[in-house]
Design a protein around this ligand. Sequence first.
Ligand code: AMP
Length: 551
Amino acid sequence: MLSTMQDVPLLISRILTHGSRVHGASRVTTWTGEAEPHRRTFAEIGGRAAQLAHALRDELGVRDDDRVATLMWNNAEHVEAYFAVPAMGAVLHTLNLRLPAEQLAWIVNHAADKVVVVNGSLIPLLAPLLPRLPTLEHIVVSGPGDRAPLAGAAARVHEYEDLIAGRPTGYDWPELDERRAAAMCYTSGTTGDPKGVVYSHRSVYLHSMQVNMAQSMGLTDRDTSLVVVPQFHVNAWGLPHATFMTGVNMLMPDRFLQPAPLAGMIEGERPTHAAAVPTIWQGLLAELHARPRDVSSLTQVTIGGSACPPSLMAAFDALGMRVCHAWGMTETSPLGTVARPPAHAAGTEEEFAYRLTQGRFPAGVEARLTGPGGERLPWDGASAGELEVRGAWIAGAYYNGPDAEPLRPTDKFSEDGWLKTGDVGTISPDGFLTLTDRAKDVIKSGGEWISSVELENALMSHPDVAEAAVVAVPDEKWGERPLATVVLREGARTDFEALRAFLTEEAHIARWQLPERWTIVESVPKTSVGKFDKKVLRRRYAEGDLDVTRL
Ligand code: AMP
């Protein structure tokens, strides 16, 4: 028997219509680096998104599932594109502006982007690539920046504001199949070519509802969220869509992502929430220690993308900013787990330990652990295996061809269609995930596994250590052993012997896990989304480019 319920497709246009009408007074504030930031209401964004859709259709000839790329910072115009492109039935492709030029060109060609909306300040990045981007027919430029490098481009160049000016502020959004492609995002591709994940209207809609649940970010129209996580990094973790459902104000840093302007934004605009990867918060912490500001408004900070070091969480707690740790991937939209401690842990010593886990699975994400031999492992908080997940906002394939026919590589998906995350960890009986490593970063020493993340967290809890990354390096006797690369704070007075003693005596690391190879680096190399780039460290070690001390 079928249900008697209406079958209303879950479309991004519905989120836009709702947000711009019901929460019309909520605002997107974009940092400009000048005395006043730029402010735009959700109602205005709704109108301008409609104007953009008219322009794309009538002036640029965007049809069906044509790809419209963005090469943009986090700002109000990027939010407009976020809604206009999928709502009209086309596909938004957010480009990672930190990728090497080669990869960027590869991705634009693989996705066959027809239009790119680019911030003026990023023209120097785009212009040299243009001769290699044959599918690109239109370039739409928004915001300050010299246009001169675009002269002579084969694609037609438009000014964003001129393009949308005078067009109707309403649009008869098409009633699409909710399973159609809405947006695409390529993984940062630390090994092999980047892979395209294509989100559907339905997956974005359901994911947005999950982001808004109290057990996730749980924000309302009383909140302002400082969205530091880039809009090109898994849709800014779903925030632009989720906020339009509930009227949460957004504070967008545009290109001002350095610690000092971020601290200024927090003091001046008083956001209640913020989201970014740990490296951003490490930088902000150093800034706040050097030049204290009033950051008292910021009571909730979502940290994910890589493991949150316990020392960082404790330091933020001390400043009154409560960290909420979360795990996810480009393939999971990204919300996979959020570390809200269970009720019984409130106010107990257990609470901090729960907050340090990657978090608990929501109802929409099913999880299982697979051992090295393919066996299912129990949720006992001890058995470690590769995490596999399944759900309505989890990828089931990658975009592999210009004809949008997805193929299914088996190294990333199980026979029965679960996503193999490549993350290794345990799950407690009450559904909390603790990751010990990426499968490719774990250190395999004499048949035992050493967690690089555990060693890094222990090192970063030392007061003289600003950052630390640990990688596996080949060892004649044990197969692999850890190499500790350490960034010291200014004026630090420690040495490797003292750090090693600290690891056993204070951090209780087992002796056999202690690194014997140590090196000081000026900074840990980072990937395009701000994570430790361990591949670069391994390569530098292999090439003899690091000054290694052996204890
Ligand atoms: P990306 O697709 O670039 O967002 O990368 C996803 C990967 O980042 C995951 O597979 C994890 O390895 C890592 N990651 C994300 N969040 C966390 C976290 N909270 N703790 C540890 N690793 C994380």
